[in-house]
Design a protein around this ligand. Structure first.
Ligand SMILES: Nc1nc2c(c(=O)[nH]1)N[C@H]1C(S)=C(S)[C@@H](COP(=O)(O)OP(=O)(O)OC[C@H]3O[C@@H](n4cnc5c(=O)[nH]c(N)nc54)[C@H](O)[C@@H]3O)O[C@H]1N2
Ligand SMILES: Nc1nc2c(c(=O)[nH]1)N[C@H]1C(S)=C(S)[C@@H](COP(=O)(O)OP(=O)(O)OC[C@H]3O[C@@H](n4cnc5c(=O)[nH]c(N)nc54)[C@H](O)[C@@H]3O)O[C@H]1N2
Ligand SMILES: [Mo]
Length: 769
């Protein structure tokens, strides 16, 4: 495993910020971009982000506002991501001659990323110490040969992350399925899978139903388990608009995140000089995992209010005609005792009743959430309970389906195209109707058995059941839980392949043979035989639009993801199935033609996406049509669940700092939380610090407690007293992934419980600190 270049000795801590964005944020982005790029390149990249004819920001999945776009329609962190990709630094074959794989494996995630863009295909042969250059043809032949030699197609794994565009995602799943496997693990398995599971079961579609206009027009928006100031900064502009339109916001989080408190909009003069807008009208500092209990309490209060004033609170007509399971749900809902709710949430009854009064006064209610809900053991029941909460008052969608008039659910996605990849079929268990349409279009029979998800993939490699791992657009080794187990699993593979833009640990914790296949990034110009290509993405609110790279590619040797997949498919499959791979590579429009025939909602794809701004996929839920087996929305009964740690222990969540993109730290700071120059820190409530006999700044190892008797330890962390909820500690991902046991997963969705690991903090002897 990698060494630690972060002794945390330079740690500097100041009080957490109480507001986000504004001038320092923009200055910060420009500083980063000028360090990474020449001035001209910076101007060219920043001016093209999220413009109608530019490229989609490869940052988060928050939608761009329609109509006229601001010249600066990107945020501080979007700018950092783009510049990280547009860097002028290069990883060349010389670099690999100078550094052995073992040496690179010892480098930090930060260092690996800082080396710049990958430029040439490379191979590490069995027993070799270094990667050496390889021609594209030879590399793809090698991979095709390995795939064909497997005993079963199910011994291959095709991982992808939501950075991939729609066209490449569609081709990747098509290739895997023609090859004969549904093994399509993706980052979603570790991200919003719990949202998909809960929404699919209750509403019939695993996506959110609201639009950006809906957020603007809402009476009440909940922001639960989410840190938008860092991870979806443009969401703050939307919430500011909600406030200006008279709406209210309730934030639910163990941490008082700066972006939830106050926002200074860098795109408005008022934001630059004024105090900014207060975001949360009410902030609930909830204990880790307490959200299920919170919504159960709110549901109980709604039922009691209805009892007191019948016919005034619930939407009986909607419940009767459009839903099932209400009686069973209601019977259980009134039984959750208050003392359990208060223990699980750490909130007072007054606080919860205050939220309840806000709910009663509001018609259009939207609940937004992200990883603070999905990465818990009971993530799926928690989201189902939120659906109950909204269904009771008929608050999801509107019968006339008019835009800008609906409340509902808003799972705020992570990667810019993670939702699109799912729509395109990246899922180990796509529904049969999709498989039928795919098989019919290309004249083959897709494999019937479900494939492996991310956790299943690790188990299969660990147990020698999967032998070839192909990773597209991600960093599986660092994204996955139980880092030690995952790295070993990858090392057991006969062949590991990474199709990527930048170096990361997945290139160094590699199989017997390993390939690095460098590819174009989203900001790079993509020219094929028929000319310049564009491709498409779908954001968190189901808006599909085109993205065009503008920059000179990082190296003349790069191939696009589409080209790599098409060439690989031709070599691996020969003439199996009637798939015109060559034509697909020459003209991405021909891929879109096929998508329009396979994926519902994409009819006439090429013509509709040619319009600036693209189009929005229909969501039947907005017409109160629920594509569940019963055709109705489903109320569920969810058992009360509370996360608790034995005495002397804490519940640890692993989250993102302000200076990272998922597994990739850009710098050592977390500005809004006041933490500088260190990432190996653990935020602990001051009362817990003293109760555990620790001191602020003290060095500790974090040890997780799990029932398999294996000790999982992350060493050399510093304690930072922080106003997190008592009993709930926080530390950064991916440094703490080593603590998340592979088998510690969410019910139903199988998502690693990255936000709820029981740990103890072991002081490191003074001599070592
Ligand atoms: N700059 C930047 N932007 C990003 C990313 C990035 O790494 N960097 N990553 C992208 C991706 S893939 C994703 S999925 C999203 C992630 O976006 P977020 O979900 O905002 O990301 P996290 O940093 O994991 O933050 C989780 C939040 O949930 C809170 N939380 C933890 N446990 C609980 C709980 O039990 N209850 C409640 N109510 N809250 C809890 C944490 O305190 C934290 O504020 O961001 C996307 N955008
Ligand atoms: N403990 C813990 N673990 C977590 C999480 C957590 O909160 N806590 N969050 C989980 C979540 S929400 C997610 S989404 C996953 C993220 O998991 P991944 O999506 O797998 O990880 P990333 O860090 O986004 O991947 C970064 C790499 O993608 C490659 N890349 C970037 N752009 C491109 C491109 O345009 N094309 C190609 N081909 N490659 C590109 C670069 O080589 C870069 O090094 O991690 C999960 N793991
Ligand atoms: Mo994510």
């Amino acid at each position: 495993m990698g060494t630690i270049e972060d002794p945390s000795e330079d740690l500097a801590v100041e009080p957490p910020k109480t507001w986000a964005a504004g001038v320092p944020a923009v200055a910060h982005a420009l500083k980063y971009s000028l360090e990474e790029n020449s001035v001209r390149r910076t101007a060219l990249t920043l001016l093209n982000i999220n413009q109608a004819k530019g490229f989609d920001c490869p940052g988060c999945a928050w939608p761009e506002p329609g109509g006229h776009r601001h010249m600066n329609e990107y945020c501080e962190n979007g700018a950092k991501h783009v510049n990280d990709e547009a860097t002028t630094r290069r990883v060349t074959p010389d670099f690999f001659r100078e550094h052995s794989v073992a040496e690179l494996d010892g480098k930090s995630d930060l260092w690996l990323n800082q080396q710049g863009r990958l430029t040439s295909p490379m191979v590490k042969r069995p027993g070799a110490t270094h990667y050496v250059p390889i021609e594209w043809d030879e590399a793809l032949d090698l991979l095709a040969r390995e795939l064909r030699s497997l005993d079963s197609p199910d011994e291959a794994l095709f991982y992808t992350s939501g950075r991939l565009n729609n066209e490449a995602a569609f081709l990747l799943q098509l290739f895997a399925r023609v090859f004969g496997t549904n093994n399509l693990p993706d980052c979603s398995n570790m991200c919003h899978e719990s949202s998909g599971s809960a929404l699919g079961e209750t509403l019939g579609i695993g996506k959110g139903n609201v639009s950006l206009d809906d957020i603007h027009d809402a009476d009440l928006v909940f922001v639960v388990g989410q840190n938008p100031g860092t991870n979806h900064p443009r969401m703050l502009s939307a919430l500011e608009e909600t406030k200006q339109n008279g709406g209210h916001i309730v934030a639910v989080n163990p941490l008082p995140e700066a972006g939830l408190m106050r926002f200074k909009n860098p795109q408005k003069a008022r934001g630059v000089i004024g105090r900014g807008t207060q975001i949360a009208d009410q902030f609930l500092r909830i204990r880790a995992g307490g959200d299920l209990a919170l919504f159960q309490a709110l549901n109980r209060l709604l039922l009691e209010a209805e009892e007191e004033a019948p016919g005034t609170v619930l939407d009986h007509e909607f419940i009767r005609t459009r839903t099932t399971g209400f009686e069973e749900f209601a019977e259980q809902a009134v039984k959750t005792p208050w003392e359990d709710v208060l223990a699980a949430t750490g909130l007072t009854r007054d606080e919860i009743e205050q939220v309840h009064r806000r709910v009663l006064k509001s018609e259009k209610v939207i609940v937004c959430w992200a990883m603070g809900l999905t990465q818990h053991k009971h993530g799926v029941p928690t989201i189902r309970e939120i659906v109950n909460f909204l269904l009771m008052r008929g608050g999801i969608g509107a019968p006339d389906g008019a835009r800008g008039t609906v409340g509902g659910v808003c799972p705020v996605r992570g990667h810019s195209n993670v939702q699109g990849d799912r729509t395109m079929g990246i899922w180990e268990q796509m529904p049969q109707r999709f498989m039928d349409a795919l098989g019919k279009e290309f004249g083959f029979t897709p494999p019937a058995e479900h494939g492996l998800d991310s956790v299943g993939a690790i188990r299969a490699m660990r147990d020698g059941k999967a032998k070839v791992f192909v990773g597209v657009a991600g960093n599986f080794v660092r994204a996955a839980p139980d880092s030690g187990v995952t790295e070993e699993a990858l090392r057991r593979c006969r062949l590991t392949v990474q199709i990527s833009t930048k170096l990361n640990r997945s290139h160094t914790a590699c199989g017997e043979t390993a390939l690095i296949l460098p590819t174009l990034g989203r900001s790079d110009r993509d020219v094929q035989a028929t000319g310049e290509q564009f491709y498409t993405v779908e954001d968190s609110m189901s808006e599909v639009h085109a993205s065009r790279g503008r920059l000179e590619p990082a190296s003349p040797h790069l191939l696009s993801e589409v080209a790599i997949l098409c060439r690989l498919a031709r070599r691996t499959l020969g003439s199996e199935a009637a798939v015109p791979w060559e034509e697909f590579e020459r003209d991405y429009g021909t891929v879109r033609d096929r998508i329009s025939r396979v994926v519902p909602g994409f009819e006439d794809f090429n013509a509709r996406v040619a319009k600036p701004g693209g189009f929005r996929l229909p969501n039947p839920v907005n017409r109160h049509v629920f594509p569940t087996p019963s055709g109705k929305a489903v109320f569920t009964r969810n058992a009360f669940t509370m996360l608790s740690a034995p005495r002397g222990h804490l519940v640890l969540q692993s989250l993102r700092s302000h200076d990272q993109w998922n597994t990739v730290p850009y710098a050592m700071n977390d500005r809004y939380r006041g933490i500088h120059n260190a990432r190996r820190i653990v935020m602990v409530n001051p009362d817990d610090v003293s109760e555990l006999g620790l001191a602020d700044g003290q060095q500790v190892d974090i040890v997780s407690v799990w029932d398999d008797g294996v000790e999982r330890r992350a060493d050399g962390f510093r304690v930072v007293s922080y106003p997190t909820a008592p009993g709930s500690a926080a530390s950064y991902y991916p440094e703490t992934n080593v603590l998340v046991p592979l088998d510690s997963v969410a019910e139903i969705s199988n998502t690693p419980t990255s936000k709820g690991v029981v740990v103890r903090l072991e002081p490191v002897a003074a001599a070592a600190s």
